[in-house]
Write a protein that binds this ligand. Sequence first.
Ligand SMILES: [Ca+2]
Length: 307
Amino acid sequence: MGFGDLPDIYERYRHDDRDNMIGMQGNFMNRRLAMSIALGLCAPALFISNAASAGVDVTPPSLTVPEHASFPVGRQVPSLDWPGKFPVHYAWNASDDSGICSAAVLEHWGDGYIDKFRIWRGKDSEVDLDVVQSNGSHSDNVQYHSIRVKDCAGNKATRTFPGIPLVFEEQGYAEEIVNETPANVSWHGNWRLHTEDTAYGGSLATTKDPGAKVVYAFDAATSNLEAGSHIGLVMPVGPHRGKVTVSLFGSEDTVVDTYAPQRQPRQVVADIEVSADNINNNKVTLTLTNFGGGAKSKVSIDAIAIL
Ligand SMILES: [Ca+2]
């Protein structure tokens, strides 16, 4: 099965395409909650009139391959079994001047069942969406997902991708994420490596000691790091957490506060752009230091996202 359009499955699906509801009802609820999709844009619920009367063509819209967005600070990185937001950038060309009117993610199950999650309604050719995992584990029954768009004349097209959204990263659609303990890391001071269910990859490195430091030396070529790349620092935030100093070789230090009134795992607390000055002997060196100096001095490193 290729990753292009799936006319047979698509036709079966069309019989159920009676409404624009987000798929949180009906037999969806009888399934394991493998994934849910939240509205990524709070676009006004404009009802755009059928464009057929405007004499537009009826060719289905053509989709570009989904692109991935950066991790804006404040995003939550999903993990396999825990909820999180996963930002994805889509761009496509409408077949006519009616534009794209809606987008949905279809979740294809092994028994032929298809769940639909409408993720966007508006009129644009480019959109950033949040794909949100629910609090359930992914079922083995989910074989693959596809994105379906509909133009304002009612024409539809699908783009299929394998696996669950989290697996985007293995398919080249998403950011590379490395756990807190890659091979090229050196620890200074007292750090504790421990398991944590809600952490990315199920583990964290934690220190309470001001001045404790960790140095990541990424190979620029193998990590796909170049000028203009972004590094997303993934850490938990919460009421007992403090500040961390973040610096790249060749750049000034930045202090990031991981205090938050409520505990939240897997937060992208910093998004650092890499410049040519930061690449030295094909290495990009990231240093994180427990800033201390306040009432809270606990910081934990969860993961590094390379964008
Ligand atoms: Ca981790």
